[in-house]
Design a protein around this ligand. Sequence first.
Ligand code: SF4
Ligand code: SF4
Length: 387
Amino acid sequence: MTTAPLSFILESAHLQQLFDALARHGYHIIGPTLGDQAIIYDEITSVDDLPVGWVDEQSGGTYRLHQTKTPIYFGCTTAVQSWKRWLHPPTEVLWRARRTDSQFEILADEQPTPRYAFIGVRPCELQAIRIQDRVFLEGEFVEARYRARREAAFIIAVNCGRAGNTCFCASMGSGPEAREGFDLALTEVLEGDRHYFVVKTGSAAGQALLAEIPHQPAGDAEIEAAAHIIADTSAHMGRELNVDGLRDLLYRNYEHPRWEAVAQRCLSCGNCTLVCPTCFCVTIEDATNLNGDEAQRVRKWDSCFTMDFSYIHGGSVRYSAKSRYRQWMTHKLATWVDQFGTFGCVGCGRCITWCPVGIDITEEARLIRAADNQTVVNKKANHDESV
Ligand code: SF4
Ligand code: SF4
């Protein structure tokens, strides 16, 4: 009895045929491309739109691109913004209304659901999408537009062949290998003159699409080459976050002096929340035109770093930068666990790269843990001296 191979080979020369097949099925292809001197996820139509040969250099508050002579398509790590820009857009009109003689008429929602094919989704980003699924689809209320976009999406993951300096997906168990949540998953391999992708299928739709383009079963050596790339990436993470007991560590350190120290640097700009692939908070604005004939309700991304975010009656609950940073980080790494059953952080590193002052969530957690451990040690020492 023969078993179907789990991995296949797609020669890089045939990558365009993958694009063509997606286009034939009516997908808008969204993938990494150059924009504003960075890698962004945007609509692309051909392999020539991919950032061939470019690699990114990310660190706290720093982002640079370098061009190399390699033909690698997916040499960059995560783009500036995540896929939430497409699944949970920054601005969305929820409804419009028009004045009739005596009242307002609500206008039907005429926006068709876009069919996106995301190419280049990193494993940590797959996990982030899974987390947003939990928020928008698996609670008491289902977000209908998110569900429609999600159900229409085709996902091509790309395993990471290089870890960025701010990446820590290995700590969060979210990468650098895609395990589920994709239709196809690629590992890009460049061996001398040979350039190919090891492809895994993750759904019937993925299998059907792969059947439309030239491919062949992967041999042991090719599978091993892909595994080696992923293992090497895992061994070279730029950052590490010790998640052992992290939730309780933060719960017992609400008054840790580190919150004040980080508040001295935090600008409350909200960048970290906007680039974060899991942050989902929104605000609602109503607007009318100048003559009052038409109105619309718009949903926009919000950030827990604004004063308005926690405005209740007569003022904001979180009026200091200390309370806002503490809220954000404690939500990501502690209360999210109670709320949704996972951390709200996948280790993509964006909040570190795009923080204008380079505040680093892994470093803050490390320093809180260090002083927490110190407290325990001191208490023990005092106890030992007194007995
Ligand atoms: S908290 Fe930072 S590292 Fe974690 S998922 Fe959000 S942006 Fe990425
Ligand atoms: S932590 Fe950094 S990115 Fe986030 S609000 Fe503060 S200054 Fe802005």
